[in-house]
Design a protein around this ligand. Structure first.
Ligand SMILES: Cc1cc2nc3c(=O)[nH]c(=O)nc-3n(C[C@H](O)[C@H](O)[C@H](O)COP(=O)(O)O)c2cc1C
Length: 172
């Protein structure tokens, strides 16, 4: 087995939540892609990172607009995850969404939490870019996160409210 395949197998055994990262392109049109490579970097200032493939229209929009939204999908958001990773030419016509007061696209039907970030750094590594975002704003309602691991979508084993779980002392 190639080392690339072994590495893919390794990372597929590390389940994550799923988000759709959205922004606006140079003409003000919404762009978005499904992402699981998201991590918290630091709490002060609140900063996260997203890893996006170079050549992505969404990455180009994030870079030129200088800001992006991270829409955390709830357990019913699998369709949105597939739309924003698939070949549909107009992804936003297939989901419910709105522009926030800052103009960034929010997936109102499929996300239980959205955070808006200002780009604070970009590091290109081979065929991907590591985008650092400083959090400007968070909107979160009750919801159970959609999960992805072992190359499939999954639901949390029992109903949970991510808002309450966080405020009970879980790691931010
Ligand atoms: C579950 C899942 C997670 C994904 N995570 C990422 C990711 O973190 N980074 C990335 O570049 N692509 C990721 N992808 C692939 C992109 O969603 C896909 O290439 C998409 O078409 C890119 O959109 P764009 O290039 O049109 O902007 C993921 C796909 C799926 C199904």
């Amino acid at each position: 087995m190639s080392s690339g395949q072994r590495y893919r197998d390794l990372m597929s055994a590390f389940p994550t939540g799923i988000a759709v990262v959205t922004s606006l392109d140079g003409e003000g049109a919404p762009r978005g892609m499904t992402c699981s490579s998201i991590a918290s970097v630091t709490v002060s200032p609140p900063t996260l990172l997203v890893c996006m493939r170079t050549g992505s229209a969404t990455l180009d929009a994030v870079t030129s607009h200088g800001a992006f939204a991270v829409n955390l999908l709830h357990e019913g958001g699998r369709h949105a995850a597939e739309v924003f990773s698939g070949p549909a030419p107009n992804r936003f016509s297939l989901v419910e969404w709105k522009q926030s007061s800052s103009g960034l696209p929010w997936l109102t039907g499929d996300a239980f939490a959205v955070t808006e970030c200002r780009v604070s750094g970009i590091q290109r590594i081979s065929d991907h870019a590591l985008v650092l975002g400083e959090v400007d704003r968070i909107s979160q309602v009750e919801g159970t996160p959609l999960l992805y691991g072992l190359r499939r979508f999954a639901a949390w084993p029992e109903p949970v409210d991510a808002t309450v779980a966080g405020s009970r002392g879980g790691r931010p």
